[in-house]
Design a protein around this ligand. Structure first.
Ligand SMILES: *Cc1c(COP(=O)(O)O)cnc(C)c1O
Length: 431
């Protein structure tokens, strides 16, 4: 399978190039030149587990460039946890995507990307060094995804004292090939240091640098696996509606791709918080980026979602898009009330992102007599203790693997917001 840039359909590259490059030079995003037909997979899906399903889908994108045994290994190493479909009430289910090492759905994408990159580098004799600036969650999913991956180092830059205690532990306690730099500055300054390094020819001549940003095609493909897997577990497979709490719109793009591959989903709902560039686009027919607004579902605080380029690229006309996807925005107040109500009535604890997803689903299905509804649970509630605990007046249970991290010792390298210091560090450690 080849991949083209959304800015220029004639600019085609292999999967490996798209993976290692991340972004096309023309500033578009990579998309597959054709969409594999998975209707055969759908027919027999009820007997398959998530690894079987993932293998079939991955193969349809990767088989020209990877051996079958390599694809099997990539799936084996990256899909190491389940994603249960849990009934909340009536026909409404949550797809729990937070059972991975960093308790968020980003683990799927990060782990698959890491293992595919590992296969690519294993044929080179030079180590690859991945630079990531993070304000918290993306960094920990990437760090965990690459942990123990042969031939790849990860260097994470995070703003000192500006990430939560749990996030900092997740970034700084892995060790081995994961290196955490604690920068005396802001997230934007961390990002500038990384950008400068990529443009520094003196440095890139000597060190093999790469990025692992969230719009890498290697993170998008694996996100389709769990849509198929959720469908396979549904008892009632008619009129399936899926609501996706959306920020940068990568997750829902993978959902729309799954539908185009043949997964029979009637409608996708892109549920957002107050950042409503996409709901406004669906309503008004033209796309306009917004200023980012801070909310309690902060992983979705995105004013100008990158993946909207991919979605517009998939649909020629907005009317066609509207047949597959609707989008609404919900307030923090509604989000909190939903968390409280669902806990009280059904004894299930949501976190803010999942709650936004449920709001979107309920908004669509309230007038439907027949449907099967799924919303995506994108993170574990314990990642958002500070928001949830004061509202529900009780403690949120923390999973064992998160508790264990809190006992580990932080290992970071302190650094000023100074490019010379940063590049010297790279030259001294990673040549
Ligand atoms: C990243 C993230 C989202 C948003 O996903 P997109 O693919 O960017 O739309 C939603 N919830 C959580 C918990 C996240 O970490």
């Amino acid at each position: 399978m080849k991949f083209y840039s959304t800015n220029n359909k004639t600019n085609k590259v292999s999967f490996k190039e798209a993976l290692m490059q991340g972004l096309p030079l023309d500033n578009g995003l990579y998309m597959p030149v054709s969409i594999p037909d998975q209707s055969k997979l759908v027919k027999g899906i009820s007997t398959l587990n998530i690894k079987d399903i993932s293998y079939v889908i991955a193969k349809s994108f990767l088989d020209e460039e990877f051996k079958n045994s390599d694809i099997e290994e990539i799936i084996d190493y990256s899909i190491t946890f389940d994603s249960p479909l849990v009934n909340i009430y009536g026909n409404i289910h949550i797809l729990e995507l937070f059972h991975g090492p960093t308790l968020a759905f980003k683990d799927f994408g990060a782990r698959f990307m890491a293992r595919t990159m590992e296969k690519v580098v294993s044929n080179n004799n030079k180590e690859l060094n991945i630079l990531v600036a993070t304000s918290g969650d993306t960094g920990s999913a990437v760090a965990n995804g690459f942990y123990n991956v042969e031939g790849i180092n990860v260097i994470i830059l995070y703003p000192s004292k500006k990430v939560s205690k749990i996030q900092e532990k997740q970034l700084t306690t892995l060790g081995k090939n994961i290196h955490a730099l604690e920068v005396d500055g802001s997230f934007d300054q961390c990002q500038s240091l990384v950008k400068k390094a990529f443009l520094d020819l003196q440095l890139t001549k000597k060190i093999n640098l790469s990025s692992a940003n969230s719009i890498n095609i290697g993170r998008l493909i694996p996100q389709s696996f769990y849509y198929f897997n959720a469908f396979s577990k549904l008892k009632d497979k008619n009129d399936v509606i899926i609501s996706v709490p959306s920020g940068n719109f990568g997750n829902i793009t993978a959902g729309l791709l799954s539908k185009m591959m043949g997964l029979p989903i009637k409608k996708f709902i892109a549920s957002t918080n107050a950042n409503k560039a996409v709901p406004d686009f669906i309503k008004n027919g033209f796309y306009k980026p917004c200023q980012t607004i801070q909310t309690i579902s902060n992983a979705m605080d995105v004013g100008n979602p990158s993946n909207i380029k991919r979605i517009i690229n998939l649909y020629d006309k907005i009317d066609l898009l509207k047949e597959d996807m609707l989008s609404w925005s919900f307030s923090d107040n509604d989000t909190i009330n939903t968390i409280k109500m669902i806990l009280k009535k059904y004894k299930y604890l949501l976190e803010p992102h999942g709650a936004v997803g449920l709001l979107g689903l309920e908004n669509y299905t309230k007038n439907l007599s027949k449907h099967s509804g799924i919303f995506l649970g994108t993170a574990h509630p314990s990642k958002f203790l500070d928001v949830i605990e004061p509202e529900i007046n009780q403690k949120v249970e923390m999973p064992e693997r998160l508790k264990n991290i809190l006992d580990k010792e932080k290992q970071s390298i302190k650094m000023k917001n100074n490019y010379t210091e940063f590049s010297n560090y790279l030259l001294e450690n990673f040549i």
